[in-house]
Design a protein around this ligand. Structure first.
Ligand code: ADP
Length: 398
């Protein structure tokens, strides 16, 4: 079965066509700057060079049309006709409490995703546009919604409730939801395979460290706690997001700097994190290079990040009363030796020692801890698209 995986943002659309039997990526790409001047599509068939074309895309309908044209293009396409797309899997950011697993999309599902839009106003409306365009252009093709929040719906109340009036939860739906669920789910299953164990036999801590970062406690295959919260702003500090801060800062900062709440939120989302601390960059490559060259603020940003990740790991060891394996994933977790080493510094109490040679490797599935470490630490490259394709196939075949 060929599955088209779509991740539709407000001005971008990422896609992959995956053959489910072999799990090969037949083609992938991205449409950028949709609805903005200078829009372009980057398309890459399996085993070939990227093809980048600047083409006006006024809306997402045009973007999806271009994706379908690229996939079926006589010269660079990978399928002969649209009939060879057998199912479509959509990434949806927020499923609220309505979805604890992926679902086939119908009118009721669309209404429920719409109802979650107020919880994720930047993401769900864009995800819905992608769904609606695909329904229009490819009617009759089974489509699945795969939610970033679904994996975390197994969290117990004590982990997802905030210390607010209970009605904030019951009436206003304010609680921890958690994100990156598709990644945490994929990585926690994959590490079980690597260790030759069942997910049900493992206490795993997954550190998804990318532009957005979150740490997750996976107890016997189920998410029991995670660092992102009501929104992806919470948890460890990130590229530009502040992570956990004292909520009273908002009012104080607003008054002190003469900003309104929207401006404060903009600072917390876009001008904080390691970018804010370093004053240099949100990209950890830049920070590692600058720190190595003696830039103190970049070093402080890196230290703060590693310290906060390590504190979350510690708190999840407590939450699960132990840990069997720790995994790093996503752009930083898979590639950044400085950050990995920085987090390892705090893991001595778990009997963890860093294999310096392994830590030089990038983007590989590898054990980072030495053979004599009590608790193994691994890198498992994440693959959210593959996970979405698998979920879609399982639903479409039902
Ligand atoms: P997103 O959350 O947008 O998917 P990523 O998971 O790609 O982001 O993470 C982005 C971060 O990962 C950046 O800080 C970057 O420095 C780092 N990163 C990504 N790829 C590499 C690489 N090949 N080598 C070193 N660092 C990388």
């Amino acid at each position: 079965m060929n599955v088209l995986v779509i991740n539709c943002g407000s001005s971008s659309l990422k896609f992959q066509l995956i053959r489910s039997e072999t799990e090969d990526v037949l083609a992938k790409g991205v449409c950028e700057r949709i609805g903005i001047e200078g829009s372009r599509i980057v398309y890459q068939p399996e085993g070939a060079e990227k093809i980048s074309k600047e083409i006006p895309m006024n809306d997402h309908t045009k973007a999806v049309e271009l994706v379908l044209e690229s996939l079926t293009d006589p010269e660079n396409g990978v399928i002969e006709s649209l009939a060879q797309i057998h199912a479509i899997g959509h990434r949806v950011v927020h499923g609220g409490e309505d979805f604890e697993s992926s679902v086939l999309i119908d009118d009721d599902v669309i209404r429920a995703i719409e109802a979650c839009s107020e919880l994720a106003p930047l993401h769900n409306p864009a995800n819905l546009i992608g769904i609606n365009v695909c329904r229009k252009l490819m009617p009759g093709v089974p489509m699945a919604a795969v939610f970033d929040t679904a994996f975390h719906q197994t969290m117990p109340k004590k982990a997802f409730l905030y210390g607010l009036p209970y009605e904030a939860y019951t009436k206003d739906r304010i609680r921890r939801y958690g994100f990156h669920g598709t990644s945490h789910s994929y990585v926690s299953r994959r590490i079980a395979e690597v260790l030759g164990k069942k997910p049900e036999d493992l206490k795993t801590i997954v550190c998804h460290l990318g532009n957005g970062s979150s740490v997750c406690a996976v107890d016997r295959g189920r998410s029991v706690d995670t660092s992102m919260g009501f929104t992806p702003l919470a948890g460890v500090l990130m590229g530009t997001r502040c992570g956990d801060i004292d909520p009273a800062i908002l009012e104080y900062y607003e008054k002190k700097e003469g900003m309104d709440i929207h401006q404060v939120m903009d600072v917390l989302n876009k001008q904080s994190g390691v970018a804010g601390l370093s004053g240099l960059s949100s990209d950890f490559r830049d920070l590692s290079d600058a720190a190595a060259a003696g830039d103190e603020r970049s070093q402080t940003a890196l230290d703060t990040f590693c310290y906060q990740v390590a504190k979350y790991i510690g708190s999840y060891v407590a939450a699960m009363n132990g840990v069997d394996v720790i995994v790093f994933t996503a752009g930083i977790g898979e590639n950044n030796a400085v950050v990995r080493k920085g987090v390892f510094k705090y893991l001595g109490y778990l009997g963890v020692k860093l294999d310096e040679e392994a830590n030089t490797r990038r983007g590989e599935e590898i054990r980072l801890s030495t053979a004599d470490s009590t608790t193994p630490v691994y890198v498992i490259p994440t693959n959210e698209e593959l996970m979405i394709a698998r979920e879609t196939v399982a639903l479409a075949e039902k």
